[in-house]
Design a protein around this ligand. Sequence first.
Ligand code: OAD
Length: 246
Amino acid sequence: MALPRKIVILTGAGVSAESGIPTFRTNGGITYWDVYEDELAPKSYRVEDVCTPEALARDAGLVHRFYDLRRAALAGVGPNAAHLALAALDAAWTGELLLVTQNVDDLHERAGSRRMVHMHGELRSALCAACGDRRPHIDDLPPGSRCAVCGAAALRPDIVFFGEMPYAMEAIETALAACDLFVSIGTSGAVYPAAGFVQLARHYGAATLELNLERSAGSDLFDATRLGTAGNLVPVWVGEVLAGQP
Ligand code: OAD
């Protein structure tokens, strides 16, 4: 193919695995989500108990606690070689670039990525369910916390729950339609709409590449797949792309 100028990158939990953040699924099926209350004792949560609007309505204490633990865990982890390579690409790439992450951690931005969106929300952000205001939030978020803008006791974790609309879909679809290279990194391809991005990019003529530990659900849809850890594969791929940059 001709050298790419417009690149869209999709990342999933696999890109943060080597930083010590657990992924969600193993062997293609949804598993329990583990969160460490202390180093030796992971506590498992079912997806439907912590990541749906119904769960929030039923037991806000449990849902807030789950995301408090995940938010607190961010203090003990840092970006790995894959995050750093993608940040280096962002800094050096003179063409168009959009990094779309499904991850709610902040490791891409801590590595230095700027041209990016969090389509599934962010752990270090709070959303007002009353007025829609979103703003950075680092500490625990007890149910009933008040919004700084409208005053409602309606702050919730700024996470896109199953059944809710992901963020930035218009910008993402515009970028996918225009890109000439789509790269998917460390995602199982189990959750839509992200799992459908490869088809959209292909439809508009982009070349497609998958970098993952194992073949994902939609692996056959990619022009090429490289299997391995993100920490190994991503720096090599970024090096190739930057070497080919005019
Ligand atoms: P998954 O846990 O479903 O998939 C992680 C993928 O990363 C798998 O395909 C693994 O093979 C791969 N993987 C694991 N370790 C890796 C490594 N070191 N290097 C490269 N790849 C590795 O996570 P996602 O696909 O991100 O949504 O899950 C998508 C969404 O499901 C998440 O954003 C989350 C969840 O529901 C929300 O929280 C809203």
